[in-house]
Design a binder for this molecule. Structure first.
Ligand code: AQP
Length: 338
């Protein structure tokens, strides 16, 4: 009798990006750039997390437009929609449903310790809403819904991922092995790209325009922004994030974009001025973003194609999410469904 060989199940990757502004070089280096590298060896799910985005007030028309743009950016960055599941969070009701259940397994004290909450509450003092506080619970639901094995993120999300693991372990401790416990996937170089104007702070897409390079900035704008990047006054090109955050940030950017190791770049640029460092950084960034930008222009012109992908993938994502959700609902004792 011939043996039936089942195709080996690949580990699952899940990650998401908020359509909360123009994507930055930080989002690209810390997260997006790694997404396409993983799609052959893993079953990849990449979400446009519009539900997370409304924890900060958004203009509805802009948010809707940015969801479509993010779908185009995902594909332009090398994601193959046949290999990676690209969809919108708000199209899959399981995110909100699981999030509510997980809220009941997360302690206030745990959420109180989250540094992103503290940062965002300080930035948006006029709108410190409960969604901002429970953001990490929704993020845990996003990840756990798909029985995710690995989550590629920037280092700023590590604390949220640790909370997700704690909540999953707590739930499993009560009900058995319901959730896969996810591992973070954080790149060694570039996991925290800093603001060009305040290099001790993370580069963020909701900060003022001159603090970041946007993925769709044209070459002149990229050169101008990098030329104006804050450095220091000692003039030495050396990697020392604590004492020379601006210079170190530019070296990290170059290295993460494939220009060489930090050591080789430092050796190569030793004795040269910051002008050269900035020109070289701008050259690297422009070259890295050019293919993405060209592809993006074609994709964004075809909204029907993008909408088709989002609609079709929402069905698959709902199906996968509901498999976990039904199991969880049964475990906690929700009424049976006929
Ligand atoms: N500066 C950064 N360096 C490296 N990685 C970064 N990421 C964000 N900023 C950097 C990573 O990008 C992914 C998507 O982030 P997000 O949109 O979900 O939220 P965020 O981390 O809050 O990013 P922003 O740009 O700072 O958004 P806003 O300004 O809206 O809060 C994540 O994997 C993140 O680690």
């Amino acid at each position: 009798m011939s043996e039936i060989i089942k195709p080996e199940k690949k580990p699952i990757i899940f990650s998401g990006i908020q359509p909360s502004g123009t994507l930055t070089l930080g989002n690209y280096i810390g997260a997006l750039k790694n997404f396409s590298l993983l799609q052959d060896d893993y079953d990849c799910i990449y979400c446009i997390v519009d539900m997370h985005a409304i924890t900060v007030r958004q203009n509805p028309a802009d948010l809707r437009r940015r969801c479509m743009e993010l779908a185009a950016i995902y594909i332009a960055s090398g994601l193959d929609p046949k290999k990676s599941l690209i969809y919108c969070q708000s199209h899959v009701t399981g995110h909100a449903e699981l999030s509510w259940i997980l809220n009941c397994f997360t302690y206030m004290g745990e959420l109180n310790r989250m540094t992103q909450y503290k940062d965002k509450a300080a930035k948006h003092a006029d709108n410190i809403n409960a969604g901002l506080f429970t953001y990490p619970v929704l993020m845990a639901a996003d990840i756990l819904l798909f029985q995710t094995n690995m989550v590629p993120v920037g280092v700023d999300q590590k604390q949220h991922l640790e909370l997700c693991r704690d909540v999953a372990q707590r739930f499993n401790g009560v009900y058995g092995n319901v959730f896969t416990i996810p591992e973070p996937y954080i790149a060694k170089v570039g996991s925290k790209i800093m603001s060009l104007q305040e290099p001790t702070r993370k580069m963020s897409k909701s900060d003022p325009d001159d603090t970041f390079v946007a993925l769709l900035d044209d070459p002149d704008t990229i050169r101008r922004k990098i030329k104006r990047a804050v450095t220091d006054s000692d003039g030495e090109i050396r990697y020392d994030p604590e004492n020379k955050p601006g210079v170190s940030n530019l070296l990290s950017i170059m290295s993460a974009l494939g220009a060489g190791s930090i050591e080789s770049l430092t050796a190569e640029l030793a004795g040269q001025g910051y002008g050269t460092l900035k020109t070289r950084t701008a050259d690297c960034v422009i070259a890295a973003l050019e293919p993405l930008q060209n592809e993006y222009k074609k994709l964004i012109a075809d909204k029907g194609y993008l909408q088709g992908i989002l609609d079709e993938n929402a069905k698959t994502a709902n199906y996968l999410a509901n498999k976990t959700l039904r199991k969880v609902q049964k475990k906690v004792g929700f009424a049976s469904r006929g």
